[in-house]
Design a protein around this ligand. Structure first.
Ligand SMILES: C[S@@+](CC[C@H](N)C(=O)[O-])C[C@H]1O[C@@H](n2cnc3c(N)ncnc32)[C@H](O)[C@@H]1O
Length: 427
C-alpha cells in the first residue's frame, strides 16, 4: 500500500488540526495512507525571545523569516524527501503537479509567513516553489492544505471509487461538465433531459460538449494543452465568438509609407502578400482585407490578378485559393477603406496601426476592442507606416519580436502571427 508522509514546516501547526481531523483526510490517516509531522521553526529559535523573523535588507515594509531557524527545522526531515516552498512567486500548482507529487513517499511543505522567507533557504535545500494562485495569502498554511488535499486524493485507496478522479476537471486540461441530482425539477429548473434518457452515448456526448463549452468560457487557455479530436474542434468552432473574427479587418498600405530614406513614398504590389494575407483572411474568418494603392495601373493589376484566381482560368483548378482571394478588395486610400467598413457595418472601425519599431498596445487588448466594434489593423509596406498614419490611429500595436535584436519580419508573416495571437485557434 502506497502512503505519503507530509512534513509541515509551520509557525502555526494548530492551523491544520480541524482540516486533518475530518472527512476523507481523517479516514486516510486511519487507513495508514497519510502521515503528518509538524515542525515549528520557533522551536529552533536562537534567542530568548524565540525570534523567527527580522527586518528585510534593503528596507521596505514587513518582516522576513530567518534562514537559520528554517534551516535547522529542515535538517530534521528525511534526506530523500521532496521539499516544497509555498510561495506566490512559485510555479502555478496544477493537477499535473499533484499527480507527480502523489508518486512521492515523503513531502516537505514549507509555509512562509510575514513578507516571506530569506531566499537563501531555497538554494540551501533545493526547494521547489509552488503557488496555488495569483493572489496573496497571509501564510503558506492554506496553500499547503490545498496541496495536501489535491495530492492525497490521487493516492490509490484514498477515494472510494478510483474512476471518479479520471473524469474530474483538469484531466486532459478540460474542466468537468456540470452535475445534477434529485429532484428532477426544483423551483422551475429542470435537470437536462438527456441525463434522464438512459442513453449512454448521448449522455457522454452531452458531457463532453459541456466540458468543452465551460472550458472555452472560463479557461480558454487550457484548450491549447488538451488533446482534442476533430469533433471537439468542430464543436468549439461552432459555439465560439464568431463575431470576434468577423470584426477584424486588414488593410495593406502601399501608400503613404516610408522608403529607406524615411521619405513618404508609394510601393508596388507584392503578389505573395496578396495571396498569403488573403489566406489568413479566410482561415480566421476575418471581415475583409483591403489593398491600398492610389496608382491606377497598380489597382488594375491587382484586379486582374484577383480575377484570374477568383473567376478566371485558375478559379476552377484551385478552389481553395479562389475562396481566399474572393475576400480581397482594392482601394485608393486608407480613408476610403474606413468609409467602406463604416458603410458595411454601420460603425467607424477602430484604427490600430502596426510597426516593427514602436507601439505599446498589447495584443490581448484587441480582443476587448473586437467585442465592441469593427477594428481595422493597418499594415505597412516599404519601411513602414508614416508618422501621420501612426498618429491618426487610435492605437499602435506592440511590435512582434519586441525586444529582440532582429525583428524584420515580412508583413505577411507578421500579420499571421498577430492575427493568431489576437484570435487564437478557437476564435
Ligand atoms: C503575505 S505572504 C508574502 C507575500 C510576498 N511578500 C509577495 O508579495 O510575494 C506570506 C506567505 O504566504 C504564503 N503564500 C501567500 N500567497 C500564496 C500563494 N498564492 N500560493 C502559495 N503560498 C502563498 C507564502 O508561504 C508566503 O511566504
Amino acid at each position: 500500500m502506497s502512503s505519503i508522509h507530509f512534513y509541515l514546516i509551520t509557525l502555526f501547526p494548530e492551523y491544520f488540526s480541524s482540516a486533518l481531523a475530518c472527512g476523507q483526510l481523517k479516514k486516510a490517516q486511519e487507513k495508514g495512507l497519510l502521515h503528518f509531522t509538524f515542525i515549528n521553526p520557533r522551536d529552533y529559535a536562537l534567542d530568548k525571545h524565540k525570534s523567527v523573523d527580522d527586518k528585510p535588507y534593503g528596507g521596505g515594509a514587513g518582516m522576513v523569516m530567518l534562514v537559520e531557524t528554517l534551516d535547522k527545522a529542515l535538517q530534521t526531515v528525511p534526506s530523500g524527501a521532496k521539499k516544497i516552498l509555498l510561495s506566490p512567486q512559485g510555479k502555478l500548482f496544477n493537477q499535473k503537479n499533484a499527480f507527480n507529487l502523489s508518486k512521492q513517499r515523503e513531502i516537505v511543505l514549507v509555509c512562509g509567513r510575514y513578507e516571506g522567507i530569506d531566499n537563501r533557504l531555497v538554494k540551501l535545500h533545493s526547494l521547489e516553489t509552488l503557488s496555488i494562485g495569483d493572489y496573496v495569502l497571509n501564510g503558506g498554511e492554506v496553500a499547503a492544505l490545498a496541496v495536501i488535499e489535491a495530492v492525497s486524493r490521487l493516492l490509490p485507496g484514498f477515494m472510494s471509487k478510483e474512476a471518479s478522479f479520471q473524469e474530474e476537471s483538469f484531466n486532459n486540461f478540460l474542466l468537468e461538465y456540470p452535475h445534477y441530482t434529485r429532484p428532477e425539477e426544483y423551483k422551475g429548473l429542470k435537470v437536462p433531459e438527456v441525463l434522464l434518457s438512459g442513453h449512454h452515448q448521448k449522455i457522454a456526448k452531452w458531457r463532453r460538449e459541456k466540458s468543452l463549452e465551460i472550458t472555452l468560457k472560463n479557461r480558454p487557455e487550457l484548450l491549447f494543452q488538451s488533446s482534442l479530436n476533430s469533433e471537439d474542434r468542430a464543436f468549439l468552432q461552432e459555439i465560439n465568438e464568431p463575431c470576434l473574427g468577423k470584426n477584424l479587418y486588414l488593410t495593406l498600405l502601399h501608400h503613404p509609407v516610408l522608403d529607406k530614406f524615411k521619405k513618404v513614398s508609394t510601393t508596388s504590389l507584392t503578389n505573395l502578400d496578396i495571396h498569403d494575407i488573403g489566406r489568413i483572411l479566410r482561415t480566421y474568418g476575418l471581415g475583409g482585407y483591403y489593398l491600398v494603392t492610389p496608382l491606377k495601373d497598380q489597382q488594375e493589376l491587382a484586379k486582374r490578378l484577383l480575377a484570374h484566381w477568383t473567376t478566371g482560368p485558375s478559379s476552377k483548378l484551385n478552389k481553395d485559393r479562389a475562396r481566399a482571394l474572393s475576400g480581397v478588395r482594392v482601394a485608393s486610400s486608407l480613408q476610403e477603406v474606413v468609409k467602406k467598413i463604416q458603410a458595411k457595418t454601420g460603425k467607424r472601425p477602430v484604427l490600430v496601426a502596426t510597426s516593427a519599431r514602436e507601439g505599446d498596445t498589447p495584443l490581448v487588448k484587441m480582443r476587448e476592442l473586437l467585442r465592441e466594434s469593427p477594428v481595422l489593423l493597418i499594415l505597412g509596406t516599404g519601411h513602414g507606416l508614416t508618422p501621420e498614419v501612426l498618429q491618426e490611429s487610435d492605437y499602435i500595436l506592440q511590435p512582434i519580436g519586441f525586444g529582440r535584436k532582429y525583428n524584420h519580419l515580412s508583413v505577411r508573416s507578421a500579420t499571421a502571427i498577430m492575427v493568431d495571437r489576437i484570435l487564437g485557434e478557437f476564435f
